[in-house]
Write a protein that binds this ligand. Structure first.
Ligand SMILES: Nc1nc2c(ncn2[C@@H]2O[C@H](COP(=O)(O)OP(=O)(O)OP(=O)(O)O)[C@@H](O)[C@H]2O)c(=O)[nH]1
Ligand SMILES: [Mg+2]
Length: 399
């Protein structure tokens, strides 16, 4: 790396030596938009031992508190830990103004903490986040905990950058169906029901377990209960799956403005089935696909089961959606009657579904839905008629 690329300060070179102050300075350069700093950070090698765990969830559920506990637990297990909190509003930590700081977790080691302001709206991450993650990894962190306040609804930027995604919710925030509608499960490998010191946690966890196949944990970040189980399971999962391929992940993804065309990516392929669970088992046996989430979508009269290859970062490309009708009036019932089981639709994600629909309508494209509807996970979706899409029923999904 040439010296211009790191703002002339040379701090990027000191990262490899594990110099915490150099790390803090490098992050400041990237955050401050110093010319070439972000590119220089993104060009750093990602040490394979560095793994990112994203914790996302509604404001105030206890993410920061849980991140503190988890960080301490990982540090006690002998790992070098960094925390990147994006837009923390907790008054206890003072928010993004405190900058980086080191919190000592007893005599067992230290954890590097850094806060960043969120930019670009609640569904996006500051475009600097991928670069800062890379700095933390190059600086020697073996586990990076990325805390983001998400409301669901397509808020998958952080989990897409992570080796493991954890959705955090808390007692009293409604049942699993409401959480699913808010998109909480969409990108999560694990779900955590926090604030277990308050009544109702186990019942809430049970409703989650009934609705989705992935692990559900119950913690009290206040009292520290359940955190060791969460840490053990997270470590087991990280060990079992290959590290995220950091050369392949589009690092600019978090910055929505860099997306060139209206379609961002293939989101999933839909398959009409009579029995969702049976079909999920078929795909598991065929290709080892695992279920990443299931939703009842009353708007379309279906139960939707999402499948992905082991290690695939849902909902990135390569997902199958198995559609089992739940009513006789469901379009999928009609499809099954007419054509039997099989390929049903292809779904692409778009930047702005309203704008895309308007543009397509203006070009005479035949739309099934003139206005977006609420699909699986509460996302805005709309269908384009096969007559205008080469014989394929095309679903568009708001990113
Ligand atoms: N009773 C109880 N309170 C908790 C628990 N975890 C966190 N809290 C409290 O809930 C409040 C919010 O905690 P935070 O950790 O700041 O929540 P957060 O999700 O990071 O919030 P934002 O960063 O603002 O989105 C604080 O007052 C915590 O002390 C818990 O397990 N039980
Ligand atoms: Mg917080």
């Amino acid at each position: 790396m040439d010296s211009d690329a790191d703002g002339g300060s040379g701090v990027f070179r000191e990262l490899a030596a594990g110099d915490r102050r150099a790390l803090g300075r490098a992050i400041t350069l990237v955050e401050g938009g110093t010319a070439g700093a972000r590119e220089a950070a993104l060009a750093l090698d990602w040490p394979p031992r560095a793994r990112v765990i994203a914790l996302t969830g509604p404001p105030g559920v206890g993410k920061s508190e849980l991140v503190n506990r988890l960080a301490a637990s990982l540090a006690e297990a002998g790992l070098r830990v960094a925390v990147l909190a994006v837009d923390p509003s907790s008054p206890r930590t003072g928010g993004a103004l405190l900058g980086d700081r080191v919190r000592f977790t007893g005599d067992s080691g230290a954890v590097f903490f850094r806060s960043m302001a969120a930019r670009g709206g609640d569904a996006g991450l500051a475009p600097e986040v991928p670069a800062v993650l890379r700095l933390l990894a190059a600086g020697g962190a073996e586990r990076i905990l990325l805390e983001t306040a998400g409301v669901g609804q397509g808020d998958d930027a952080a989990p897409r950058l992570a080796d493991l995604g954890i959705a955090v919710t808390a007692v009293g925030l409604g049942d699993a169906v409401q959480a699913a509608k808010a998109g909480l499960f969409e990108v999560a490998d694990f779900v955590v029901v926090n604030q277990a010191d308050r009544p109702g946690a186990e019942a809430m966890a049970a409703s989650f377990r009934a609705l989705r196949s992935g692990p559900v944990f119950v913690t009290s970040a206040l009292e520290g209960t359940g955190v060791e189980d969460l840490r053990t399971a997270a470590e087991g999962e990280l060990e079992a799956r290959p590290p995220l391929d950091r050369s392949r992940v589009p690092e600019g993804d978090a910055s929505k403005t860099e997306t060139p065309g209206p379609a961002i990516r293939l989101h999933h392929v839909g398959i009409a089935v009579k029995d969702g669970s049976g079909a999920a088992e078929l795909w598991r046996a065929l290709l080892g696909l695992r279920e990443t989430g299931r939703y009842r979508v009353d708007e379309f009269g279906v139960l939707a089961l999402f499948l992905a290859p082991e290690g695939e970062r849902a909902p990135a490309g390569g997902l199958l959606e198995l559609l089992e009708p739940t009513t006789a009036e469901s379009p999928v019932s009609r499809y099954l009657d007419r054509r039997g089981e099989g390929l049903h639709h292809v779904c692409f994600e778009v930047e702005d579904i309203h704008q895309t629909l308007a543009a397509l309508a203006a070009r005479g494209v035949r739309l099934v839905d003139r206005e977006p509807r609420r699909g699986a996970g509460g996302h805005l979706v709309a269908f384009i008629h096969p007559a205008s899409a080469g014989g394929v029923l095309l679903e568009l999904k708001q990113a």
